[in-house]
Design a protein around this ligand. Structure first.
Ligand code: 3PG
Length: 219
């Protein structure tokens, strides 16, 4: 029991340190490796240093390694982590954290043995309880808007007072403040500050402006 508690506390401290860096974690899907550094710079230099790079493209691991190496002020993590194999790969690429859309008993066991802290996705009380059983108290609430949004998070607050969330999925700059006002929300995730058209046009100024606006959100 005491070793489970101590693992839990260690994970909480490491994840809370990431959550504390910014109110918003941009969720990035990088198709062209050439975009990785200018995109990361536009976000980090405008107040969003925590970056979730999803493992949905062939260059995602290279992008994690590149940004980690070239932009020490950024805190680069991996998203769409689905397996222990993914965790090993993102650890090798230098990721500081990993985020999964959901979690299985297998993933929890593999994450417990991996040096990269996992922020597992949950959408229900039962999924959350499974995470608690494995020693986790920090979660992605996903997909936030379609899983009940603010009301669901408020409802989870009373029975699970020690739990903190990063809700993600369907959140934008207008919706974020109400999430950030909840006592069990540490930060929110989203892709709204990187509109597809701005990324295609490599409009780093536009993305930087949206990042600055997001970074000014209070919690
Ligand atoms: C994702 O995993 O794609 C994130 O939840 C991003 O969600 P959003 O695009 O709705 O912000």
């Amino acid at each position: 029991m005491s070793s489970v508690m101590s693992d839990t506390q260690t994970r909480n401290v490491r994840v809370d340190a990431v959550f504390a860096l910014a109110p918003v974690i941009p969720v990035l899907t990088i198709i062209n490796l050439d975009d990785a550094l200018p995109l990361a710079r536009a976000l980090a230099s405008n107040g969003l240093p925590v970056l979730e790079i999803t493992l949905r493209t062939s260059c995602a691991l290279e992008a994690i390694a590149l940004i980690t190496r070239e932009l020490p002020g950024a805190c680069v993590g991996a998203g769409t982590v689905l397996s222990g194999k993914d965790l090993d790969a993102v650890a090798a690429a230098g990721a500081r954290f990993a985020i999964s859309p959901g979690a299985t008993d297998t993933l929890y066991r593999e994450a417990a043995a991996n040096p990269v802290p996992l922020i597992p996705g949950i959408a229900t009380a039962s999924e959350l309880m499974r995470g608690l059983e494995h020693g986790w108290q920090r979660f992605k609430f996903f997909p936030a808007e379609s899983s009940g949004g603010i009301a669901a998070l408020r409802g989870l607050g009373s029975p699970f007072a020690n739990v903190r969330f990063c809700p993600t999925g369907g959140i934008d700059v207008a919706k974020a403040p109400a999430y950030l006002a909840l006592s069990n929300v540490a930060c929110v995730g989203g892709s709204w500050m990187v509109p597809a058209a701005a990324l295609a046009a490599r409009d780093w100024t536009r993305i930087g402006d949206l990042a600055r606006e997001a970074s000014a959100l209070t919690r």
